[in-house]
Each structure stands twice: as C-alpha cells, then as structure tokens.
Design a protein around this ligand. Structure first.
Ligand SMILES: *[C@@H]1O[C@H](CO)[C@@H](O)[C@H](O)[C@H]1NC(C)=O
Ligand SMILES: *[C@@H]1O[C@H](CO)[C@@H](O)[C@H](O)[C@H]1NC(C)=O
Ligand SMILES: *[C@@H]1O[C@H](CO)[C@@H](O)[C@H](O)[C@H]1NC(C)=O
Ligand SMILES: *[C@@H]1O[C@H](CO)[C@@H](O)[C@H](O)[C@H]1NC(C)=O
Ligand SMILES: *[C@@H]1O[C@H](CO)[C@@H](O)[C@H](O)[C@H]1NC(C)=O
Ligand SMILES: *[C@@H]1O[C@H](CO)[C@@H](O)[C@H](O)[C@H]1NC(C)=O
Ligand SMILES: *[C@@H]1O[C@H](CO)[C@@H](O)[C@H](O)[C@H]1NC(C)=O
Ligand SMILES: *[C@@H]1O[C@H](CO)[C@@H](O)[C@H](O)[C@H]1NC(C)=O
Ligand SMILES: *[C@@H]1O[C@H](CO)[C@@H](O)[C@H](O)[C@H]1NC(C)=O
Ligand SMILES: *[C@@H]1O[C@H](CO)[C@@H](O)[C@H](O)[C@H]1NC(C)=O
Ligand SMILES: *[C@@H]1O[C@H](CO)[C@@H](O)[C@H](O)[C@H]1NC(C)=O
Length: 337
C-alpha cells in the first residue's frame, strides 16, 4: 500500500513540473543559467586557483629557477694576485667575468665563501681560505666583478700548500667557491641560494721554458760572495701574479749539490719574467760534471722568505718542481774572462 502512496506523490510532482511555464532545458542552457546565477562563485574559484598557481610559481618555482640559474653561471678568472704573504696570511686580489646565461639580473647578498682546491674533480677535505665575497649584481650575459687586496688568513695550511703546488706545477688548476647567500630579483621574494661554482684556469705549468740568460762568472768574488750572476727567465702562462719573496734554489749536477741561486723579491707576473739572480757556485765542482762543455743543472726550491718569514707553502711547491737546465759552462767561463 505504501508503494501506491509513493507513486501518487511522484505523479503529483511530475504534474507540477510540467506545469512550469517553460519547456524542459538542454545541458547547455542549464549551464548558462547556473553560470549567470553563480558567476561570483566562478570568479572566486578562478581567483583562488590563479593565486595558488601564482604563489606556487613564486614560492616553489622561482627559487628552483633562481637556484638553477645560479648553478648555470660560472666565473672566468681574468686576474688573480697573491701578494704580501706571511706564513699564515695572504693578500688576495681576484678579477672575474661572471657568465650568467639567465635572462634575469639578480643580486646576490655578500657572503663568506669557502675556497676549495679541486683535484681531478674531487674537492679537498677542507677549504683552504674563507673569502668575504661582496654583493654581486649579475648581468646578462656577462659582468665584471672583483675583490681587491683582501688580507686573508690561511684556513688550512695543507690545502694551501697543495694549491700552491698545483698552481706552480700544473697546466690547469681548478678551485671552487661555495657558500650560502640570498638572491634578490626585483619585488619577488628573497630566495635562499646554495652557491657552489668551480673555475678552471691556467697554472704556471711547472715553470716550463725556464732559462738563465746573461750568465757571468765573477772570478774575483770572495768566498761566500756570489760568484755567478744572470737573469732567470720564467714564462708565466697564467693570469696569476704571485709574490714568493726571496727565493733560494739549490743547484745540483749528477755529482751532487754544486751551489745555490737567490732571486730576491721573486714576483711572477703573467707573461715573461726576467729576474736578476745571483749564485754561489763551486765552479770547480761544476767543471767536473762537464760533458762537451755543457752541464745539466738540476734546480729545485730551497726556501722562500718574505720579510724574514718562511713561506712553507711556497717552499714545498718549489721543492716539488725540479727544473732542468743545460748550461754551456765552457762558453760562460770564456765570456767572463
Ligand atoms: C689526477 O689525474 C692525473 C692524470 O690523470 C694524475 O697524474 C694525478 O695523479 C691525479 N691526482 C690525484 C690527486 O689523483
Ligand atoms: C670587464 O673586464 C674586461 C677585462 O678583464 C674589460 O676588457 C671589459 O671592458 C670589462 N667590462 C666592463 C663592462 O667593465
Ligand atoms: C694580514 O693580516 C695578518 C694577521 O692576520 C698580519 O700579520 C699581516 O701583516 C697582514 N698583512 C698585511 C699586508 O697587512
Ligand atoms: C688544460 O686546459 C686546456 C684548455 O682547456 C686543455 O686543452 C688541456 O688539455 C688541459 N691540460 C690538462 C693537462 O688537462
Ligand atoms: C659542490 O658541488 C660538488 C659537485 O659539483 C660537490 O662534490 C661538493 O660537495 C659541493 N660542495 C658544497 C660545499 O656544496
Ligand atoms: C736559454 O737561453 C740561451 C741564451 O741565453 C739560449 O741559447 C738557449 O737556447 C736557451 N735554452 C732554452 C731551453 O730555451
Ligand atoms: C765580483 O765580486 C767582487 C767581490 O765580491 C765584487 O766587488 C765585484 O763587484 C763583483 N763583480 C761583479 C761584476 O759582480
Ligand atoms: C765561488 O764561490 C764558492 C763558494 O764561496 C767557492 O767555493 C768557489 O771556489 C768560487 N768559485 C769561483 C770561480 O770563484
Ligand atoms: C748557498 O751556498 C753557500 C756556499 O755553499 C752557503 O754558504 C750559503 O749558506 C747558501 N745559501 C743559502 C741561502 O742556503
Ligand atoms: C716570451 O718568451 C718566449 C720565448 O722567448 C717568446 O716566444 C714569447 O713571444 C714571449 N712572450 C711575450 C709576451 O713576450
Ligand atoms: C729580500 O732580501 C733583501 C736583502 O736581504 C731585503 O732587503 C728584502 O727586504 C728581502 N725581500 C723580502 C720580500 O723579504
């Protein structure tokens, strides 16, 4: 019986509906009516979605883009100067061209960068120096930046020694700067950035091309006084200027040590260097090693002293870089007498 009552109700409802003054609608018209009635709701949903997407782009996408762009940038080192060294500090000047493929021109806050030696793609165990980096405004595609005359304390002597050795002995050297900083781009929110950028540049390539020119023997020199002088010719294919101080080199032949040479205020600049050199050489011992008037000298670093302080990092580097020089001793003695 109940079911009978239900069908009555249904019938009534249908009747009421058919009595409505307009014809049944299609889906399109329904939507239209819904839209015109709830336009404000659609606007609100659109705005909320837009806001969510915009915020995602700004707070999730933009930091990713910014970090990516920073990762894509790299420094081309155009000048590097190591001056006024002490046993535990160095005065650094560095000029770079920053290559930034990004179309944005962000500003990075100043930060303290750790400087690492990278050997065959592997970072050293600890940073060698901590370098205070100035604020950097990166332009597209390149911009010049520099730090000048920063007196920096050596953070790790072993790493600096390894770096000095790589710099003097290798054709190419790689170092990296790492640190955390903040990036600003217009009115966009500030982004935290992990800076980690490697640069490869030319080293001094083992001082290849080393020679001694204008050699003179002083036959009247007293014992202990320099009795041989000349100019050390040292090509420097790198962009590095390095002040090594007063450098003493040990000279040996196959028969052993025959003397030493001193280059005072030995500062190597990019390009060819010709530095006055004085030597105390046992000419008799040298003569004993002559082959057809020539002697092959083996030259290795002994000490590097700057304002009375031993620069052990340069001393190790110079010791590990043994130079070989064929000297026409017969001709030199003839020229000098
Ligand atoms: C780096 O590689 C060169 C050549 O591949 C090799 O002679 C040198 O020993 C390597 N250095 C280190 C520290 O692995
Ligand atoms: C950047 O430095 C290079 C030399 O390293 C120079 O030739 C160039 O003019 C500089 N550019 C600007 C914009 O200062
Ligand atoms: C650099 O600082 C050290 C102390 O950290 C100091 O001994 C040295 O003289 C300074 N060098 C220069 C060139 O001022
Ligand atoms: C050093 O770099 C130059 C230029 O990138 C390259 O031609 C040369 O082979 C490199 N030398 C070594 C020993 O890796
Ligand atoms: C920098 O990136 C290199 C890989 O490119 C990674 O080996 C090194 O650990 C990173 N260093 C820091 C301090 O993030
Ligand atoms: C060194 O210089 C002398 C002239 O002073 C020259 O005769 C000799 O060929 C040079 N040696 C090398 C290896 O360049
Ligand atoms: C040779 O040595 C003597 C004594 O040390 C010195 O007086 C003289 O000036 C030297 N000659 C040259 C050409 O260096
Ligand atoms: C040069 O000086 C050394 C050391 O003082 C001495 O042994 C040597 O005989 C001197 N040689 C000449 C040619 O004066
Ligand atoms: C250079 O050799 C001479 C003679 O052998 C020696 O007296 C002098 O102390 C040596 N100089 C240095 C800086 O080692
Ligand atoms: C440096 O010296 C070498 C060998 O003498 C020469 O070929 C080269 O042109 C010189 N370079 C400069 C910049 O003077
Ligand atoms: C090198 O030695 C000379 C003479 O002993 C001294 O006058 C000069 O100051 C020394 N140079 C350096 C950089 O220590």
């Amino acid at each position: 019986m109940d079911s009978g009552g239900d069908s009555d109700k249904k019938f009534q409802t249908e009747e009421i509906e058919t009595r409505q003054p307009y014809a049944p609608q299609g889906f399109g018209q329904k939507t239209k009516r819904h839209c015109s009635r709830f336009w404000w709701l659609h606007l609100v949903i659109f705005c909320v979605l837009f806001l969510i997407i915009a915020l995602c782009l700004v707070y999730v996408g933009m930091p990713k883009i910014a970090q990516h762009d920073v990762d894509e940038s790299y420094m081309e080192i155009t000048a590097l100067k190591f001056l006024n060294p002490t046993s535990d500090s160095i005065v650094l000047t560095q000029e770079v061209i920053l290559h930034s493929p990004s179309i944005y021109t962000p500003t990075l806050d100043s930060f303290t960068a750790a400087s690492w030696l990278v050997t065959n793609g592997t970072f050293g165990p600890t940073p060698m120096l901590m370098i205070p980096m100035p604020q950097i405004h990166a332009l597209h595609p390149v911009s010049n930046h520099s730090v000048e005359n920063l007196n920096i304390t050596i953070a790790n002597l072993q790493q600096v020694t390894d770096y000095a050795t790589a710099l003097i002995t290798q054709e190419n050297v790689t170092t990296a700067l790492t640190g955390k900083t903040k990036l600003h781009e217009g009115k966009l929110p500030v982004v935290n950035i992990n800076y980690n950028s490697s640069s490869t540049y030319k080293g001094l390539n083992g001082l290849q091309g080393f020679n001694v020119t204008d050699v003179r023997v002083n036959l009247t020199a007293k014992a202990g006084e320099p009795n041989l002088s000349g100019f050390a010719f040292i090509p420097n294919p790198s962009v590095v200027t390095v002040a090594l101080g007063n450098v003493t080199l040990t000279l040996s032949t196959t028969k052993g040590v025959v003397g030493n040479s001193t280059i005072n205020d030995m500062t190597l600049v990019p390009g060819n260097n010709s530095l006055p050199m004085t030597s105390i050489v046992d000419i008799d011992a040298l003569s004993d090693s002559l082959v057809n008037g020539f002697v092959t000298l083996s030259i290795s670093g002994q000490s590097a002293i700057y304002n009375g302080e031993h620069l052990t990092y340069y001393e190790s580097a110079l010791k590990s870089n043994v130079l070989s020089l064929d000297m026409n001793v017969a001709q030199i003695i003839k020229d000098s007498s």
